[in-house]
Design a protein around this ligand. Sequence first.
Ligand SMILES: NC(=O)c1ccc[n+]([C@@H]2O[C@H](COP(=O)([O-])OP(=O)(O)OC[C@H]3O[C@@H](n4cnc5c(N)ncnc54)[C@H](O)[C@@H]3O)[C@@H](O)[C@H]2O)c1
Length: 284
Amino acid sequence: MSIQKIMVIGAGQMGSGIAQVCAQAGFDVKLNDMKEEFFARGLGTITKNLSRNVDKGRMTESEKEAILGRLTKSLDINDANDVDLVIEAAVENMGIKQSIFKQLDTIAPAHAILASNTSSLPITELAAVTNRPEQVIGMHFMNPVPVMKLVEIIRGLATTDDVYQTIEDMTKKLEKVPVEVNDFPGFVANRILMPMINEAIYTLYEGVATKEAIDDVMKLGMNHPMGPLTLADFIGLDTCLYIMETLYEGFGDSKYRPCPLLRKYVKAGWLGKKSGRGFYIYES
Ligand SMILES: NC(=O)c1ccc[n+]([C@@H]2O[C@H](COP(=O)([O-])OP(=O)(O)OC[C@H]3O[C@@H](n4cnc5c(N)ncnc54)[C@H](O)[C@@H]3O)[C@@H](O)[C@H]2O)c1
Protein backbone atom coordinates (compact mmCIF):
# COMPACT_ATOMS: atom_id res chain seq x y z
CA MET A 1 0.00 0.00 0.00
CA SER A 2 1.30 3.47 -0.79
CA ILE A 3 1.01 6.33 1.67
CA GLN A 4 0.73 9.90 0.45
CA LYS A 5 -1.72 11.74 2.70
CA ILE A 6 -1.26 11.73 6.46
CA MET A 7 -3.16 13.23 9.36
CA VAL A 8 -1.31 13.89 12.63
CA ILE A 9 -3.61 14.28 15.64
CA GLY A 10 -2.28 16.56 18.39
CA ALA A 11 -0.04 19.54 17.58
CA GLY A 12 1.94 19.37 20.84
CA GLN A 13 5.64 18.61 21.28
CA MET A 14 5.45 15.24 19.54
CA GLY A 15 2.69 15.84 16.98
CA SER A 16 4.34 18.99 15.63
CA GLY A 17 7.67 17.15 15.29
CA ILE A 18 6.02 14.19 13.55
CA ALA A 19 4.14 16.52 11.16
CA GLN A 20 7.42 18.31 10.40
CA VAL A 21 9.41 15.17 9.52
CA CYS A 22 6.51 13.79 7.43
CA ALA A 23 6.23 17.06 5.43
CA GLN A 24 10.04 17.15 5.07
CA ALA A 25 9.87 13.66 3.55
CA GLY A 26 7.36 14.87 0.93
CA PHE A 27 4.07 13.67 2.45
CA ASP A 28 0.96 15.86 2.52
CA VAL A 29 0.13 16.39 6.18
CA LYS A 30 -2.99 17.61 7.95
CA LEU A 31 -2.07 18.70 11.46
CA ASN A 32 -5.08 18.39 13.74
CA ASP A 33 -5.72 19.81 17.19
CA MET A 34 -8.77 20.86 19.15
CA LYS A 35 -8.26 24.62 19.07
CA GLU A 36 -6.76 27.17 16.71
CA GLU A 37 -4.25 28.30 19.38
CA PHE A 38 -2.92 24.73 19.85
CA PHE A 39 -2.46 24.34 16.10
CA ALA A 40 -0.79 27.77 15.91
CA ARG A 41 1.64 26.84 18.68
CA GLY A 42 2.58 23.62 16.84
CA LEU A 43 3.02 25.41 13.52
CA GLY A 44 5.12 28.06 15.31
CA THR A 45 7.49 25.36 16.58
CA ILE A 46 7.79 23.81 13.12
CA THR A 47 8.46 27.19 11.49
CA LYS A 48 11.12 27.98 14.09
CA ASN A 49 12.84 24.60 13.55
CA LEU A 50 12.85 25.03 9.78
CA SER A 51 14.13 28.62 10.00
CA ARG A 52 17.00 27.41 12.18
CA ASN A 53 17.84 24.85 9.47
CA VAL A 54 17.87 27.64 6.86
CA ASP A 55 20.11 29.81 9.09
CA LYS A 56 22.55 26.94 9.50
CA GLY A 57 22.61 26.30 5.74
CA ARG A 58 20.95 22.88 6.07
CA MET A 59 18.07 23.85 3.77
CA THR A 60 17.11 26.73 1.49
CA GLU A 61 14.31 29.22 2.10
CA SER A 62 12.38 27.74 -0.83
CA GLU A 63 12.71 24.20 0.62
CA LYS A 64 11.35 25.55 3.90
CA GLU A 65 8.41 27.16 2.11
CA ALA A 66 7.72 23.91 0.19
CA ILE A 67 7.65 21.94 3.46
CA LEU A 68 5.28 24.46 5.07
CA GLY A 69 3.15 24.29 1.90
CA ARG A 70 2.60 20.57 2.46
CA LEU A 71 1.18 21.22 5.96
CA THR A 72 -2.53 21.98 6.33
CA LYS A 73 -4.44 23.10 9.39
CA SER A 74 -7.20 20.84 10.72
CA LEU A 75 -9.52 21.57 13.62
CA ASP A 76 -12.00 18.84 12.70
CA ILE A 77 -11.33 15.10 12.98
CA ASN A 78 -13.64 14.59 9.96
CA ASP A 79 -10.72 15.84 7.83
CA ALA A 80 -9.37 12.28 8.18
CA ASN A 81 -11.83 11.24 5.46
CA ASP A 82 -9.25 11.13 2.65
CA VAL A 83 -5.97 10.18 4.31
CA ASP A 84 -3.94 6.97 4.00
CA LEU A 85 -2.44 7.09 7.49
CA VAL A 86 -3.34 8.76 10.77
CA ILE A 87 -0.65 9.18 13.43
CA GLU A 88 -2.30 10.00 16.74
CA ALA A 89 -0.16 12.04 19.18
CA ALA A 90 -2.77 13.37 21.63
CA VAL A 91 -2.28 13.12 25.39
CA GLU A 92 -1.22 9.83 27.02
CA ASN A 93 -4.65 8.80 28.25
CA MET A 94 -6.41 5.59 27.20
CA GLY A 95 -9.93 7.07 27.38
CA ILE A 96 -9.04 10.00 25.12
CA LYS A 97 -7.09 7.83 22.68
CA GLN A 98 -9.86 5.22 22.46
CA SER A 99 -12.43 7.91 21.75
CA ILE A 100 -10.20 9.28 18.95
CA PHE A 101 -9.67 5.80 17.46
CA LYS A 102 -13.42 5.05 17.56
CA GLN A 103 -14.14 8.22 15.62
CA LEU A 104 -11.29 7.66 13.17
CA ASP A 105 -12.57 4.18 12.44
CA THR A 106 -15.83 5.62 11.12
CA ILE A 107 -14.22 8.59 9.32
CA ALA A 108 -10.97 7.35 7.72
CA PRO A 109 -11.10 5.45 4.39
CA ALA A 110 -11.28 1.65 4.71
CA HIS A 111 -7.66 1.23 3.52
CA ALA A 112 -6.25 3.76 6.02
CA ILE A 113 -3.81 2.66 8.73
CA LEU A 114 -4.36 4.05 12.23
CA ALA A 115 -1.13 4.52 14.18
CA SER A 116 -0.53 5.80 17.70
CA ASN A 117 2.55 7.53 19.05
CA THR A 118 1.64 6.34 22.54
CA SER A 119 4.65 6.00 24.87
CA SER A 120 3.28 3.04 26.77
CA LEU A 121 -0.43 2.24 26.28
CA PRO A 122 -1.36 -1.14 24.76
CA ILE A 123 -1.86 -0.92 20.99
CA THR A 124 -4.12 -3.99 21.18
CA GLU A 125 -6.54 -2.10 23.45
CA LEU A 126 -6.69 0.82 21.02
CA ALA A 127 -7.20 -1.59 18.13
CA ALA A 128 -10.05 -3.32 19.97
CA VAL A 129 -12.33 -0.27 19.77
CA THR A 130 -12.07 -0.25 15.95
CA ASN A 131 -13.41 -2.57 13.26
CA ARG A 132 -9.96 -2.71 11.66
CA PRO A 133 -7.63 -4.03 14.41
CA GLU A 134 -5.35 -5.50 11.75
CA GLN A 135 -4.65 -1.94 10.52
CA VAL A 136 -3.78 -0.48 13.93
CA ILE A 137 -0.11 -0.14 14.91
CA GLY A 138 2.22 1.79 17.23
CA MET A 139 4.73 4.31 15.88
CA HIS A 140 6.64 5.52 18.91
CA PHE A 141 8.81 8.47 17.92
CA MET A 142 11.40 9.94 20.30
CA ASN A 143 11.63 13.53 21.51
CA PRO A 144 12.72 15.82 19.84
CA VAL A 145 11.34 14.10 16.74
CA PRO A 146 13.35 15.98 14.07
CA VAL A 147 16.60 14.99 15.81
CA MET A 148 16.10 11.48 17.21
CA LYS A 149 16.57 8.54 14.84
CA LEU A 150 14.58 5.79 16.59
CA VAL A 151 10.97 4.84 15.96
CA GLU A 152 9.70 1.83 17.93
CA ILE A 153 7.17 0.07 15.71
CA ILE A 154 4.71 -1.84 17.86
CA ARG A 155 2.62 -4.67 16.54
CA GLY A 156 -0.79 -5.09 18.15
CA LEU A 157 -2.09 -8.62 18.54
CA ALA A 158 -3.93 -8.43 15.19
CA THR A 159 -1.56 -6.17 13.16
CA THR A 160 -0.88 -7.81 9.78
CA ASP A 161 2.58 -8.28 8.24
CA ASP A 162 1.52 -6.05 5.30
CA VAL A 163 0.62 -3.17 7.59
CA TYR A 164 3.83 -3.65 9.59
CA GLN A 165 5.88 -3.59 6.36
CA THR A 166 4.13 -0.46 5.05
CA ILE A 167 4.88 1.39 8.29
CA GLU A 168 8.46 0.15 8.42
CA ASP A 169 9.05 1.37 4.84
CA MET A 170 7.37 4.69 5.57
CA THR A 171 9.53 5.18 8.70
CA LYS A 172 12.66 4.70 6.58
CA LYS A 173 11.39 7.38 4.18
CA LEU A 174 11.35 9.72 7.18
CA GLU A 175 15.08 8.91 7.54
CA LYS A 176 14.39 7.22 10.85
CA VAL A 177 15.44 3.79 12.08
CA PRO A 178 12.50 1.45 12.79
CA VAL A 179 12.87 -1.14 15.54
CA GLU A 180 10.22 -3.84 15.88
CA VAL A 181 8.82 -4.52 19.34
CA ASN A 182 5.85 -6.40 20.73
CA ASP A 183 2.90 -4.96 22.59
CA PHE A 184 3.72 -4.90 26.33
CA PRO A 185 3.32 -1.93 28.69
CA GLY A 186 6.03 0.66 28.05
CA PHE A 187 7.30 -1.38 25.03
CA VAL A 188 11.12 -1.36 25.29
CA ALA A 189 12.08 2.32 25.55
CA ASN A 190 9.87 3.35 28.45
CA ARG A 191 9.97 -0.02 30.23
CA ILE A 192 13.65 0.72 30.81
CA LEU A 193 13.87 4.53 30.78
CA MET A 194 10.87 5.52 32.92
CA PRO A 195 11.63 3.42 36.03
CA MET A 196 15.10 5.03 35.97
CA ILE A 197 13.54 8.51 35.86
CA ASN A 198 11.03 7.55 38.60
CA GLU A 199 13.92 6.28 40.76
CA ALA A 200 15.75 9.58 40.22
CA ILE A 201 12.61 11.37 41.48
CA TYR A 202 12.52 9.08 44.55
CA THR A 203 16.18 9.92 45.15
CA LEU A 204 15.26 13.61 45.23
CA TYR A 205 12.10 12.94 47.30
CA GLU A 206 14.07 11.04 49.94
CA GLY A 207 16.67 13.81 50.17
CA VAL A 208 19.56 11.66 48.98
CA ALA A 209 20.90 14.54 46.87
CA THR A 210 19.87 17.80 45.20
CA LYS A 211 18.34 17.77 41.73
CA GLU A 212 21.55 19.18 40.26
CA ALA A 213 23.64 16.51 42.00
CA ILE A 214 21.38 13.69 40.77
CA ASP A 215 21.61 14.97 37.20
CA ASP A 216 25.39 15.44 37.47
CA VAL A 217 25.92 11.88 38.70
CA MET A 218 24.10 10.43 35.71
CA LYS A 219 25.69 12.81 33.20
CA LEU A 220 29.28 12.63 34.40
CA GLY A 221 29.22 9.10 35.78
CA MET A 222 27.11 7.29 33.21
CA ASN A 223 27.79 9.50 30.21
CA HIS A 224 24.09 10.31 29.74
CA PRO A 225 23.70 13.44 27.58
CA MET A 226 21.30 14.95 30.13
CA GLY A 227 20.36 14.05 33.70
CA PRO A 228 17.13 12.11 34.40
CA LEU A 229 15.35 15.06 36.09
CA THR A 230 16.13 17.37 33.17
CA LEU A 231 15.00 14.64 30.79
CA ALA A 232 11.74 14.25 32.75
CA ASP A 233 11.13 18.00 32.36
CA PHE A 234 11.71 17.69 28.61
CA ILE A 235 9.38 14.70 28.24
CA GLY A 236 6.65 16.35 30.36
CA LEU A 237 5.93 15.28 33.94
CA ASP A 238 2.29 14.49 33.09
CA THR A 239 3.49 12.10 30.37
CA CYS A 240 6.01 10.53 32.80
CA LEU A 241 3.22 9.98 35.36
CA TYR A 242 0.87 8.43 32.76
CA ILE A 243 3.62 6.06 31.68
CA MET A 244 4.44 4.99 35.26
CA GLU A 245 0.73 4.41 35.91
CA THR A 246 0.52 2.26 32.77
CA LEU A 247 3.51 0.17 33.90
CA TYR A 248 2.13 -0.13 37.45
CA GLU A 249 -1.32 -1.17 36.25
CA GLY A 250 -0.06 -3.32 33.38
CA PHE A 251 2.36 -5.43 35.44
CA GLY A 252 0.71 -5.11 38.88
CA ASP A 253 4.21 -4.86 40.35
CA SER A 254 4.95 -2.35 43.13
CA LYS A 255 8.38 -1.63 41.67
CA TYR A 256 6.59 0.58 39.13
CA ARG A 257 4.66 2.75 41.63
CA PRO A 258 4.94 6.43 40.65
CA CYS A 259 6.86 8.60 43.13
CA PRO A 260 4.48 10.81 45.22
CA LEU A 261 6.63 13.83 44.34
CA LEU A 262 5.91 13.25 40.64
CA ARG A 263 2.17 13.17 41.40
CA LYS A 264 2.45 16.35 43.45
CA TYR A 265 4.23 18.26 40.70
CA VAL A 266 1.67 17.20 38.10
CA LYS A 267 -1.20 18.22 40.40
CA ALA A 268 0.49 21.61 40.85
CA GLY A 269 0.63 22.05 37.06
CA TRP A 270 4.44 21.83 37.12
CA LEU A 271 4.65 19.79 33.94
CA GLY A 272 8.25 20.56 32.98
CA LYS A 273 9.62 22.65 30.14
CA LYS A 274 6.26 22.95 28.35
CA SER A 275 4.62 24.68 31.34
CA GLY A 276 7.71 26.72 32.30
CA ARG A 277 8.37 24.82 35.52
CA GLY A 278 9.10 21.25 36.53
CA PHE A 279 12.16 20.19 38.48
CA TYR A 280 13.78 23.29 36.99
CA ILE A 281 12.41 26.70 36.00
CA TYR A 282 12.38 27.65 32.27
CA GLU A 283 12.14 31.04 30.60
CA SER A 284 8.99 31.27 28.46
N1 LIG B 1 6.88 13.97 25.35
C1 LIG B 1 7.63 12.95 24.97
O1 LIG B 1 8.85 12.93 25.17
C2 LIG B 1 7.00 11.81 24.22
C3 LIG B 1 7.84 10.90 23.54
C4 LIG B 1 7.24 9.88 22.80
C5 LIG B 1 5.86 9.75 22.79
N2 LIG B 1 5.08 10.65 23.48
C6 LIG B 1 3.63 10.48 23.41
O2 LIG B 1 3.14 11.39 22.45
C7 LIG B 1 1.81 11.80 22.83
C8 LIG B 1 1.76 13.31 22.90
O3 LIG B 1 2.70 13.76 23.84
P1 LIG B 1 3.22 15.29 23.83
O4 LIG B 1 4.44 15.30 24.69
O5 LIG B 1 3.28 15.79 22.43
O6 LIG B 1 2.01 16.02 24.60
P2 LIG B 1 1.55 17.55 24.51
O7 LIG B 1 0.79 17.80 25.76
O8 LIG B 1 2.70 18.43 24.17
O9 LIG B 1 0.57 17.57 23.24
C9 LIG B 1 -0.65 16.92 23.17
C10 LIG B 1 -1.53 17.66 22.17
O10 LIG B 1 -2.68 16.87 21.89
C11 LIG B 1 -3.79 17.74 21.79
N3 LIG B 1 -5.02 16.96 21.98
C12 LIG B 1 -5.51 16.43 23.12
N4 LIG B 1 -6.67 15.78 22.88
C13 LIG B 1 -6.92 15.92 21.55
C14 LIG B 1 -7.97 15.49 20.70
N5 LIG B 1 -9.00 14.80 21.17
N6 LIG B 1 -7.90 15.83 19.38
C15 LIG B 1 -6.86 16.54 18.90
N7 LIG B 1 -5.83 16.97 19.67
C16 LIG B 1 -5.87 16.67 20.98
C17 LIG B 1 -3.53 18.79 22.86
O11 LIG B 1 -4.29 19.97 22.62
C18 LIG B 1 -2.02 19.02 22.70
O12 LIG B 1 -1.74 20.03 21.75
C19 LIG B 1 1.50 11.08 24.14
O13 LIG B 1 0.82 9.89 23.87
C20 LIG B 1 2.89 10.79 24.69
O14 LIG B 1 2.92 9.72 25.57
C21 LIG B 1 5.62 11.67 24.18
